[in-house]
Design a protein around this ligand. Sequence first.
Ligand SMILES: Nc1ncnc2c1ncn2[C@@H]1O[C@H](COP(=O)(O)OP(=O)(O)OP(=O)(O)O)[C@@H](O)[C@H]1O
Ligand SMILES: CCCC(=O)O
Length: 360
Amino acid sequence: MEKFILVLNLGSTTTKVALFRDLNCHIVKTYSHDKGLISRGINEQKSVRYETIIQFLKDSKVAPEEISIVAARGGLLQPVEGGTYLVNEDMLDDLTSGKYGDHASNLSGILAAEFAGDYDIEAVITDPVVVDELCIQAQYTGIKGIRRTSIFHALNQKAVARKYAAGINKNYEDLNLIVIHMGGGITVGAHHLGRVIDVNNGLNGDGPMSPTRAGSLPVNGLLKYLDRHNLSHQEINKLISKQGGLLSHLNTEDVRDIVAAVEKGDTHSAEVLEAMAFQIGKEIGAKAAVLHGQVDQIIFTGGVSRSEYVMDLIKPYISFLAPITVYPGELEMEALAYGAYTIEQDRTLLKTYRAEVSHD
Ligand SMILES: Nc1ncnc2c1ncn2[C@@H]1O[C@H](COP(=O)(O)OP(=O)(O)OP(=O)(O)O)[C@@H](O)[C@H]1O
Ligand SMILES: CCCC(=O)O
């Protein structure tokens, strides 16, 4: 009997786990975590999230020995080209130390390596959040010495873009697309002929606010806030990347609850959601400019795109730009399984991650 591919996808608010046989999904489950857990640092979330995975296997009645490889969503590493990478010591060091930042997807790689180590199999990641294809102009800021880097939902943005292209019998590499992933974080990518030449860094205070991210902030407002609340760098990072956006304004990151409150007449919640939609619309307009207005399709994806209420708030800002397609949820599990499957078929496709050499 063929063994399973165990797929681990730890997002900012959820843990998604699946078992695939070849490219067929045997079982998939999403566990939502409460804000007490998700607002903690990743090392403090590790044991609860690992236990969730073990419980999933027990509930699925699949023994760890029936798994041939672990396919995980990649985390914050140094910028890399797209592809599937072995979780090696260099990668594990960078994920564990948080050298490039603290993100839930770091945990996917860390827990995949832990599981793989326990059962003497391999763990791989595919299209991590640090895939960087930014054009040179997009890398500039107005301060010499500060450059923009690409941190976004690379895996899902590319997976839905390819699915859309396949659906119209075209190549991803022949299209100009704007892809908007709306999950715990929100990223808006300008895909120019198969490369994401501009995208907001969804994690570090750039782009629209999201369920848990602050998005772009006025610099002087942030500096005054820092002084007023006497926050450390670590605390301000946490505020921007874990406790911002809807969570900051409404004390919940759950868009379903917020929409339910709006429908019961909560005008403050309605105003905050409208502001988030406004910011998303504005970001899409910016990406249309990056693509010189030559936009074949605008594609929405992520958990929040399940909400017709939110989609109806965004559409008036952008429907004049290009036709809209929505892939609610995500294709990340399939994309991760596909990455691991291709490696099992052809080892030459496996890429090696090497830590940056320090020149100090
Ligand atoms: N049916 C729905 N209607 C409205 N919002 C929804 C629905 N289902 C999920 N969401 C919202 O989607 C968000 C979570 O999306 P998703 O599962 O894509 O995020 P994640 O995987 O935790 O994080 P990220 O995608 O940023 O890595 C939450 O704000 C949740 O409330
Ligand atoms: C996937 C990187 C962006 C985010 O989590 O907000």
